[in-house]
Structures are given as C-alpha cells and as structure tokens.
Design a protein around this ligand. Structure first.
Ligand code: ST9
Ligand code: ZN
Ligand code: ZN
Length: 341
C-alpha cells in the first residue's frame, strides 16, 4: 500500500480539545492516519441525498436560465439579498461566532444570525459548528468530515452523499461543545429546525416574489429558492475543496489549506484558508481586514461599533511575522518586499 500523505496539524482555538493520542502522531505534531483508518473506510451511499442534490443542481441550472431570460429583475436582486443574508449566517454566525468563538455577540445579533443561518439550511448551527471544530482539529485525516485527501469531489459534495467515517463521530463525541449546547437561541433553532428551516429557506423566499412584485411561481421557486440555495452551498463547499487545494501558503507550507482569492470573493471573505487554519481564532479569518474581499469582517465591525459584537479576537503582526518566517512558503508580502533589497 502506498504511504499516506503526512500532514501537519494546525493550531486550534476551539474550546473542545481532543486527546492527541486519539490519532496516531509522529514527529511531535505531524499526524498520519494509520492504515487501520483506511481499512475502516466503508463507503455507505445515502441515496436520498444523492437524488435530492441531483435535483437541486438541475433545478439551479434551470433557475439560472430563467433568471437570465424571464425573471423580473427584482427577483434577481431578492436572490442576491438572500445570498448575502444566508452567507453571513454561515460566515459571521456558524463559522466565526459559534464554531471558533472569534468574537462575542449580544442576543439581538445572535437572533439575527440564527435567522440568517436558518435561511442558509446547512443544518443547525450546533451540528455545523461541531463538525467544523472536528475539521480543524483533525484536518486531512479520516476524522475530518470533508477530508480533502480523499479528493476534490469528496471534500466538495461527496462527504454529504455517504455516511460519515466512524472516526468523525468518535472525534466529535470527545469535543466539548457545552458552549453551544448552553446557548438557548441555538437550542431553540435545533429543536424547531424542521419547521424553521423549510419556512425560511424554501417557503417564504418563494412566496415573497409572487405576492410582493407579481413574479410567477416558477421563477420564484427556481430563481429565488433553488438557484440561490444551490449557489451558496457550492460557494461554501469550495472552501473545503478548492481552498484546501489551490493557492499560496504564506503562513504554513506544511498544511493543505491555501489562500484562494476567488473563493474569498464569493464566500464573503472566507477563502484565506491558509491563514485561517493557522490562526483560527482571528475574527477576520484573514490577515488583512480588506472590506472589499471580506464583507463578513465589515459586518462584524459594524456591529462592534454599535456594541452588539465585542471581544473581537485577532493576531498581532509580530506573531504573524514569526510564523511566516518559520513555516511560510515565501509568498507572504513581507517575503516579497525583502527580496527587493
Ligand atoms: C451542508 C453543510 O452543506 C456544509 C458545511 C460546510 C462547512 C464549510 C466550512 C468552511 C469554512 C467556512 C466557510 C463558510 C463560507 C460560506 C460562504 C457563504 C456565501 N460529532 O450527521 P449524521 C453522531 S448541509 C459527534 O446523520 P451519518 C450524532 O449522534 C446541506 N457526533 O451522520 C448524530 O446525531 P445528531 C444540507 C456526531 O448518519 C449521529 O451521529 N444538509 C458527529 O453518517 C448521526 O449524524 C443536508 O443535505 C460529530 N461530528 O450521515 C444533510 N457527526 O446529529 C446532509 C455525527 O442528532 N447530511 N454524529 O447529534 C446528512 O444527510 C448526514 O449528515 C450524512 C451523514 C448522510 C452526510
Ligand atoms: Zn478548512
Ligand atoms: Zn474554521
């Protein structure tokens, strides 16, 4: 059997930490999934998901066609609004607030983010954040839900078309997610998810264009709902697939996550993935808080100004620079500047 790729773990900021002995480690910090892991890969396809995702993607292509040919422009703008809102529910909510605790939020902002998050339908925030903590802790091993070493397709969508590897569940069960479980707003979302999610992701977005500006049912369903939802899913998945494969590694050349500008633009600032895996507690998920490329940072900064977001965590330039010099691949702007001398 060919030797498995050795990957270096990143630092983590999540509250739930696993015992390092749970995964075979070599070289003090380098992880290598054992052959036992590979042997236990028993792919159990979930046909319900395969059929639903196939429908979703066909419907989205049709929705794109309708948007370009027959939908009202207001429906297109509405779809973009839903894209921004639900995108923020993932980036500012599930990801930076709940999975990483990169900042704190008062209850009005937590309610807004929970509503946005439910429009996005990527499963309830507690489960999303739990899986994401496992992803950071065990990146590129079988305990990583969307293990990128299993290929682009698996890390993009394939992981949602089959049962989870047992290591994912075992690793997740050892995490401390009491902070998530203790949040009454998140518990409410989880408890009523099967009512709230269909309403906010599918029913209301289809009804509004019809009753508000006289859109047809067909255009409302395929453009504002199917195309918008599928588009956001794919943008999110690109962080797991493309940003774990293509791009520079200015902060740590030993890990797969990379700086991918194209993904960052569509993912509201989530694509600077080499930085993010090295410094996951930074609320900007990037070194620079460039608002054009990082709408989520602008959103959090706005709420920090009015006091609803606080304790924003970030990383000092000195720490970043040290890490760049120690493990970077030489593409960091400071390395390029110094070669000019
Ligand atoms: C979707 C999620 O698309 C996308 C997440 C992407 C993450 C991206 C991160 C990138 C960074 C951020 C960038 C954001 C950019 C956004 C840009 C926006 C513009 N720990 O799951 P089940 C246990 S969702 C501990 O069914 P199966 C637990 O007891 C799309 N325990 O596993 C659990 O019960 P419960 C819509 C765990 O049976 C039980 O096992 N959703 C863990 O193997 C069963 O869990 C769908 O399509 C754990 N980690 O099934 C649904 N995991 O949960 C898709 C499980 O009640 N999912 N347990 O505690 C499924 O159908 C199934 O999960 C499955 C696996 C078939 C994939
Ligand atoms: Zn990642
Ligand atoms: Zn993360």
């Amino acid at each position: 059997m060919a030797p498995r790729e050795v990957v270096k773990t990143s630092e983590i900021s999540v509250s739930g930490v696993l015992d390092e002995n749970d995964i075979e480690t070599i070289d003090g910090g380098l992880k290598q999934p054992s052959q036992g892991y590979a042997r236990r890969r028993n792919l159990k396809l979930v046909w319900r998901n395969i059929i639903l995702f196939a429908y979703l993607h066909l419907a989205a292509v049709y929705g794109l066609w309708l948007m370009l040919t027959s939908a009202k422009w207001t429906t297109g703008i509405f779809a973009m609004m839903l894209y921004s809102m639900s995108g923020l529910g993932i980036t500012a909510g599930a990801h930076r607030l709940w999975a990483h605790r990169a900042y704190k939020a008062k209850w009005p902002l937590r309610i807004i983010l929970t509503i946005f998050n439910t429009i996005a339908f990527q499963d309830c925030a507690i489960h999303w954040a739990r899986d994401h903590r496992v992803h950071h802790k065990y990146s590129e091993t079988d305990a990583d839900p969307h293990n990128a070493t299993r290929g682009f397709f698996f890390s993009h969508i394939g992981w949602l078309l089959c049962r989870k590897h047992p290591d994912v569940i075992a690793a997740g069960k050892k995490l401390d997610i009491s902070d998530l479980e203790n949040d009454p707003i998140l518990r409410f979302q989880r408890k009523y998810y099967l009512i709230l999610m269909p309403l906010l992701c599918f029913i209301i977005p289809t009804i509004i264009p019809v009753f508000w500006w006289g859109e047809t049912w067909k255009n409302a369903w395929f453009v504002a709902t199917m195309f918008r939802y599928t588009f956001i899913l794919n943008v999110t998945w690109l962080v797991n697939s493309a940003a774990h494969k293509y791009g520079d590694k200015p902060y740590d050349k030993y890990i797969s996550p990379s700086e991918n500008m194209s993904v960052a633009i569509f993912a509201l600032g989530e694509g600077f993935h080499n930085y993010h895996h090295v410094f996951p507690w930074d609320y900007k998920t990037a070194e620079l808080g460039n608002y054009r490329m990082n709408f989520t940072t602008a959103f959090i900064d706005f709420f920090a100004k009015i006091g609803w977001a606080y304790d924003l965590k970030t990383v000092s330039n000195e720490i970043i620079q040290k890490r760049v010099e120690r493990t970077g691949d030489g593409t960091h702007k400071s390395s390029r500047d110094s070669t000019l001398w």
